[in-house]
Design a binder for this molecule. Structure first.
Ligand SMILES: [Zn+2]
Length: 288
């Protein structure tokens, strides 16, 4: 695929391309998902002649290559809106890294405080003219899904009345959300190029989540282990795409940060993954 710079003129084409990529992904997943053994047999007939082992190896290779291609296609070309938000977010994070983020929680968190980082970032994005909100999704346990909650940021763009509100999700710990302690090499290779910061429209996020969750499921199946309930497609989708509440954060009153003599946490140098729920879960996952 060629690397074409994104301009306003081609952003519509890119939208169309992305829609295409998403439906292509759906097609592929419709075929590959859900442990369909009969599909595997048909696939063998299709190749013809090879031994069962060779077929399985080939089938496996195709699966992982396809996921990689789908992921690249889903992440590759972004609209000018997404690019602007991503650029602004990166600059704000750099700035926050320089000045430091003060944790002003009732029980201050040593080191990196996700909550305070999200607040500071949303204030900065608002000051740059973006409708930035802090979103919180929270859901109950059901036979289909384990209960949970998640906070992240979003920018709501209302600049194009024809398109209606466009929602762009900002997740600061994206890759870490998909890391698995017991993953196989192919899964690790798949998620390695993901950056910690995700900025993208909900359609893009939806496509990416699906690719990663199908891969996680396949990976655990290959290892003959259960997929942890907080790794399922439904759970991951609910985190960012389920029902949520949004709040706007106001800047802290002047002087409050001087009262809190906390050591500053570096966003860029600190290993974010250390403090993430995903890592907390990993310990459980090891015995799952
Ligand atoms: Zn805090």
């Amino acid at each position: 695929m060629e690397n074409v710079p994104v301009t306003r003129q081609n952003s519509n084409e890119i939208d169309e391309f992305l829609d295409g990529a998403a439906s292509f992904a759906d097609l592929m997943f419709g075929f590959m998902d859900e442990n369909n053994d009969s599909d595997e047999k048909n696939f063998g007939d299709f190749i013809g002649g090879d031994t069962e082992d060779e077929i399985l190896v080939e089938q496996r290779r195709i699966f992982w290559e396809t996921q990689e291609q789908l992921l690249q296609a889903s992440l590759f070309r972004t609209t000018s809106l997404e690019s602007r938000i991503r650029q602004a977010t990166k600059e704000a994070l750099r700035e926050l890294d320089t000045v430091g983020v003060q944790c002003v929680c009732r029980r201050p968190v040593a080191g990196y405080c996700r909550k305070c980082m999200q607040r500071e970032l949303s204030v900065r994005l608002q000051s740059l003219g973006f409708n930035c909100y802090i979103c919180k999704s929270k859901w109950k346990s059901s036979p289909e899904i384990l209960s949970g909650e998640h906070t992240y940021l979003e920018v709501l763009d209302k600049s194009n009345p024809k398109k209606g509100d466009v929602r762009v999700v900002i997740e600061l710990n994206f890759r870490a959300e998909f890391e698995m302690a017991r993953a196989n090499e192919d899964y690790n290779k798949l998620i390695a190029p993901l950056s910690e910061l995700f900025v993208g429209k909900t359609e893009r996020l939806k496509a990416v989540i699906k690719i990663l969750c199908v891969a996680a499921k396949k990976c655990m199946k290959e290892k003959k282990m259960h997929l942890a309930p907080w790794r399922t497609h439904k759970y991951m989708q609910t985190k960012w795409l389920g029902t949520y509440g949004r709040t706007t954060s106001a800047p802290l009153p002047v002087g409050i940060s001087d009262l809190q003599q906390k050591p500053k946490a570096s966003m860029l140098t600190f290993d974010l993954r250390e403090n993430l729920p995903a890592m907390h879960y990993t310990a459980v996952e090891a015995v799952w």
